[in-house]
Design a protein around this ligand. Structure first.
Ligand code: PMT
Length: 438
């Protein structure tokens, strides 16, 4: 990982949480690096952490008493735990064990560190560290996703040799890499004063966002066509969220029965070929291009000039279809610096993540929004949807954010915020990759 630094930790009040894993020994070096970078550091250790490293070591390195207990009358008399939670501008937990992640994901406050996390409203980072099988366990991955939903930034984990002899993902990032990731992240936040926390709406002023929405219609004859059940609700919700964040928004829409959100420039199209033409025109000066439309993969090779007549002798009618161009892949195939940040959708009925990752790579997208359209009440035509957002992350794993079922308007806001943040991360900080990796 590059050692570029982009911001300063000078004077930043950091609460360093240490939980009980073998990587805790590295936290002493981390505390030293944070102090060296000018941060004010106070350390809180869980009971497990104290089995690996003595509080006295951290006290000597930070020059501050180390807190270990919620119910310590002497420490509380100095700085009460709520006061300590308010003091911290940034909480960094390194290492974060599987157990600690589970407790935080549950909103528990059963020791000092988890209590402080619940009572603090600043910026939260954690560097997970555990055995590779524990990291891969669906329960841990689910907890990681939930924590990201709550606003935690995950730094790592790294992959490689583990203390237990296993090889795989789960190693804590090296202290230098943690500090570098913090600096990258803080400089992004600093460059966006209206976006102080990961849960706040991103600022899209100055950006042009193009969104395709709805179905396409592929004519067979003057009265018939091939199409699908897309209502346009998801794409229109994206357009609304983007305009609310200050973007100039172009909506390339297939035929739908929806009102245009105020402030959105709408271009109506019918077929995939028309959508491609409009998309290519719009992409030229777009910062973000989102392909939410359900584009028909095939069209009739010949469009009949007159209505196709029912034959009295034949029970079957054979239509020859040809492949439509892939609109989003066409936009994405331009050189990275001369094309927008490209976000595709993946509508799947099985193996959601596998197929979505394949589309992310094959179509050369920057991010993909995977939705399981076999779920009742979600996807096509519904007012609600759920999604798994994937992007190119660290070597160990893709970046991911799982969004639970919710109204399409809310989901759209999260998708737009994530796209804007990924765009600025890619533009400004190509080496800052792990802020939302699980
Ligand atoms: O419109 P709603 O009723 O609200 O429903 C929303 C939705 C289910 C349509 C939406 O959430 C969604 O999943 N849209 C993508 C549908 C789709 O065509 O998925 P796909 O997996 O077949 O295509 C993958 C990506 O390639 C998509 O970004 C699609 O826009 C794009 N594509 C596909 C084919 C093609 N010829 N050109 C394309 O650009």
């Amino acid at each position: 990982m590059s050692q570029r630094t982009h911001a300063s930790l000078m004077g930043t009040r950091i609460l360093l949480g240490i939980s009980g894993g073998i990587a805790a020994y590295k936290s002493a070096h981390l505390a030293r690096l944070l102090k060296k970078a000018g941060a004010e550091v106070r350390v809180v250790m869980t009971e497990g952490a104290q089995a690996f490293i003595a509080p006295l070591t951290l006290q000597a390195l930070t020059g501050e008493p180390v807190r270990t207990s919620l119910l310590d009358p002497e420490a509380e008399a100095g700085m009460g735990h709520i006061e300590l939670a308010r003091w911290a501008e940034l909480i960094l937990i390194a290492p974060a064990t599987a157990d600690l992640m589970a407790r935080l994901a549950q909103g528990q406050a059963d020791d000092l560190l988890t209590t402080l996390c619940l009572a603090n409203d600043a910026q939260w980072f954690m560097a997970p560290a555990m055995n590779q099988a524990m990291w891969r366990h669906p329960a841990t991955l689910e907890n990681a996703r939930r924590l990201q939903d709550y606003g935690w930034r995950l730094l790592g984990p790294d992959a490689g040799d583990q203390a237990c002899g296993d090889v795989g993902p789960g190693r804590m990032l090296e202290p230098e890499a943690i500090v570098n990731e913090l600096l990258c992240d803080l400089s992004k936040t600093a460059s966006k004063p209206s976006d102080p926390s990961p849960n706040h709406a991103a600022d899209a002023s100055g950006l042009t966002i193009t969104i395709t929405a709805g179905p396409t219609r592929e004519p067979l004859d003057p009265v018939r066509y091939l199409s699908n059940h897309s209502s346009g609700k998801m794409g229109y919700a994206l357009a609304q969220a983007a305009v609310e964040r200050g973007a100039r928004v172009r909506l390339i829409s297939g035929p739908v029965a929806l009102e245009t959100p105020p402030g959105v420039e709408r271009v109506d199209v019918e077929s995939a070929l028309e959508m491609l033409e409009a998309a290519q025109k719009a992409a030229v000066d777009s910062d973000i291009f989102i392909g939410c439309a359900a584009v028909a993969d095939y069209r009739a090779e010949q469009i009949a000039e007159h209505k196709i007549k029912k034959s009295s002798d034949e029970d079957a009618l054979t239509l020859r279809l040809v492949k439509n161009p892939d609109i989003i892949a066409t936009i994405a195939e331009n050189a990275v610096n001369s094309r927008p940040f490209v976000v595709g959708f993946a509508a799947e009925t099985r193996d959601l993540e596998r197929y979505a990752l394949d589309k992310l790579t094959r179509k050369q997208l920057d991010m993909i929004v995977a939705n399981d359209v076999s779920q009742p009440g979600l996807g096509f035509g519904a007012d609600e949807n759920a999604a798994l957002l994937l992007w190119h992350g660290s070597e160990a794993a893709p970046g991911r954010l799982e969004l639970s079922p919710q109204p399409k308007t809310m989901l759209a806001a999260r998708i737009i915020d994530t796209a804007i943040k990924r765009l600025s991360a890619t533009d400004e900080h190509p080496s800052c990759t792990s802020s939302q990796v699980t």
